[in-house]
Design a protein around this ligand. Sequence first.
Ligand code: NAP
Ligand code: MG
Length: 457
Amino acid sequence: MTSHDVINPATEKVARTIDLVGVEETDEAVARAVEVGPTWRAMAPADRGRLLRRFSEVVDEHLDELAALEVENAGHTIGNARWEAGNVRDVLAYYSAAPERLFGQQIPVAGGIDLTFKEPLGVVSIIVPWNFPMPIAGWGFGPALAAGNTVVLKPAELTPLTAMRLGELALEAGVPEGVFTVLPGKGSVVGERFVTHPDVRKVCFTGSTAVGQGIMRKAADQLKRVTLELGGKSANIVFDDADLDVAAAAAPMSFLDNAGQDCCARTRILVQRNVFDAFMERFEAGMRAVRVGDPNDEATQMGPLISAGQREAVRGFVENSNESVDVAFRGTAPEGAGYWYPPTVVLPGSTNDRVWRDEIFGPVVAVLPFDDEADAIRLANDTAYGLSGSIWTRDVGRAIRVSRAVEAGNLSVNSHSSVRYSTPFGGYKASGIGRELGPDALDAFTEVKNVFISTDN
Ligand code: NAP
Ligand code: MG
């Protein structure tokens, strides 16, 4: 074990010192997960459902504690952190109904009966990033446990605290030891071991595209199942028939929520040319009013970035870029301790600019005008990514045409909503493979088994 300081990004002070686990502890946890697997999958569906419901209730009983821990560890605003803990509760409650509803099919065949079963994979590993430590953990372990798998989970090194607490709360709720184990450790150690361990049947990864690609390559050795939730560079398309006041008022938080460290952030705004100036005027007023500061303050809308390194990465796109970057306007950020960065709006010179192409993962948005519907679709799709996007228009036909044409997994019309626990979430193209949440998430944690029973013998 090596000791590791977890830093509060709003103060730069040490929040906790924890022990990081290594390969040996990881192998022990996987061995335990293998051992308890048969009991967990054989548990009566209603009993497994009841335990998940109890887990959900225990999370709810500790909601304020979990939220406070996330504010301290990740610098999330208190309002967001409460929502995030509530999301874990809701995901568990939603999937607690799944054990009794994991239906197969009965398929008409000659000479007998044909049945399909959705069988658990075995030991499933979840690798979680630092941007949404609680929700992303829950989107993995909720459906994975419901489907009868046992789970090992690695939180990000920067943000292990809430996941560790969720591991304890699972035990408190009565989930048997070894069924769900949280392993704080390095990606290069624990994460790698998940990928190479022969008893781990699946890697459910959220994080950067580069690491996701590496995991997929290595998973090929054992034909290990993967779900990948990667980056994004989502478009917010504003047509001239939209309610401009509403569209402009919604635009700031569509890329400033969680200080822009959100794979669904709408970081490319496309505005129809004839309303460009009118939109920008309203957008600027809205953005300057965003409150950046102490995440413990109920009125705060945006906190700090997660780390000094992340802030340097963001600066590398704007201040320290080797391209000239035209900053249209900026919001404010506190001075002094904390990894602060002001909300920033840039006007790219062309669609080749890094600020237009690359995921910045900070509070920076790029804005470009477009001419017509075809131009908007072309620009929206001119990206390696395809996670989310928004379309602002009052024309229903256009809303549907453009929603169907944008290559992304999660679109919203006259709204920036991306994530609901009851609807599928995931990316096209370089944004990933597979879907989480909603009714289909269980497919990612099960194998379909087909059984034919002869009626002739
Ligand atoms: P990352 O390296 O992909 O980390 C995500 C998770 O993967 C962490 O738990 C990390 O562990 C683990 N990991 C790292 N290397 C691994 C490996 N070789 N094998 C298995 N697991 C490994 O992401 P990051 O470096 O924190 O962030 C870099 C960029 O990724 C961001 O700037 C952003 O663009 C993107 N990102 C996207 C999302 C998203 O939601 N799609 C989330 C986070 C980051 P450690 O914590 O120990 O490194
Ligand atoms: Mg990394």
